[in-house]
Design a protein around this ligand. Sequence first.
Ligand SMILES: [Zn+2]
Length: 47
Amino acid sequence: MVKDPVCGMNVDELKTQYISKVNGKKVFFCREACKQEFDQNPKKYGY
Ligand SMILES: [Zn+2]
């Protein structure tokens, strides 16, 4: 499990379909809305 940086929920990285790549790192999300929020401003979340 990894942490969704937007909402703080635990996410199963093997199951989630919501994945972004930043600087070669994969970031996992619980839902589409969290991914979109992150994609708009990754710096806000420390990326
Ligand atoms: Zn989330």
